[in-house]
Design a protein around this ligand. Structure first.
Ligand SMILES: NC(=O)c1ccc[n+]([C@@H]2O[C@H](COP(=O)([O-])OP(=O)(O)OC[C@H]3O[C@@H](n4cnc5c(N)ncnc54)[C@H](OP(=O)(O)O)[C@@H]3O)[C@@H](O)[C@H]2O)c1
Length: 268
């Protein structure tokens, strides 16, 4: 049986990439091999998606030409000790391990392996993910197109230099939690004004989703959009006055800086 796509690790992100990206892009599930040590989880993936599994990551390394590396960063050393002997220049490894640089990955997996580093986010499970790609020097344009092609099934993709990856990790990698916190703040504000809990969350969430969708569709500038909604003397303007007078933007900037600093420290 031919293996076109492999996975090292079959956790949350691997499943997201499988279901939201690879299968959406028409990959034959039986040509996908996932390394998963826990038998119950392996059976679940086989049953749910029709993929093949193996408890031995070396099987994936031996047979798959394109492999998503989706183990936790702290498991990279143990995994690479097992699989390195089987990886060649014919292998394209797509690493989603947070904080692991191309230099670190090359050291772990071998100089010959063609590498694309990716920072995805959890929203890919809803096919609205943001995946940022950075190819290693020996990855080809065709490699980048292949990875972007697969991941575009699960949202947006873009290519950025590796020096941007701590910022990317902070903004789009960790960002879902920050936006969820904003949604929570909006819902709690609605509750304080007397809205029922369920309704407050629905109003906050749909407004967040709808605003992003409208901004994307219209291509409106953010300042123009805000002043368009905030008619002088109106309700939005009254709220915006409070936001602008607060340190909201500096809190957001400090939040992103803390996440980026942590990403840098973990990558060392
Ligand atoms: N979650 C996010 O929002 C997010 C965002 C961006 C990037 N990432 C990156 O995505 C990667 C995966 O994260 P995740 O949230 O999907 O973690 P996860 O659910 O814990 O999945 C990792 C899986 O890899 C398995 N594994 C470890 N070593 C293995 C080996 N040698 N052979 C086979 N399987 C092995 C683990 O099995 P055991 O549990 O049995 O060890 C686990 O099932 C991480 O590197 C993370 O930095 C995650």
């Amino acid at each position: 049986m031919k293996t076109t796509l492999g996975f090292f690790g079959a956790g949350k992100m691997a499943e997201g990439i499988l279901a939201a990206a690879a299968l959406q892009k028409g990959f034959d599930p039986s040509a996908i091999l996932m390394a998963e040590k826990i038998p119950a989880r392996a059976r679940e993936l086989e049953k749910r998606y029709g993929v093949r599994t193996t408890p031995d990551a070396r099987e994936v390394a031996k047979t798959a030409r394109t492999i998503f590396l989706a183990v936790r960063p702290q498991d990279l050393a143990a995994l690479s000790a097992d699989v390195k002997p089987f990886l060649t220049k014919k292998t394209l490894v797509v690493s989603i391990a947070a904080g692991k640089s191309i230099a670190t990955l090359k050291k772990a997996l071998g100089r010959e392996v063609r590498l694309v580093r990716v920072m995805p986010n959890l929203a890919l499970r809803a096919r609205e993910g943001m995946c940022v790609l950075c190819p290693a020097a020996n990855a080809t344009q065709a490699d980048v197109r292949r990875v972007a092609g697969i991941l575009s099934g699960a949202g947006r993709t873009t290519v950025l230099p590796e020096r941007n990856f701590d910022a990317v990790t902070a903004l789009s990698g960790s960002g879902p939690a920050f936006f969820a916190f904003m949604e929570q703040a909006m819902a709690e504000g609605g509750r304080a004004l007397g809205l029922p809990e369920d309704a407050a969350r629905m109003l906050a969430e749909q407004t967040m989703l709808g605003t992003a969708a409208y901004l994307r569709q219209s291509g409106a500038g953010l300042d123009a959009f805000i002043s368009g909604v905030a008619t002088p003397g109106g309700t939005t303007a009254a709220g915006m006055d409070v936001m602008r007078a607060s340190d909201f933007k500096s809190v957001v900037a400090a939040t992103l800086k803390a996440a980026a600093d942590r990403s840098r420290a973990l990558g060392r």
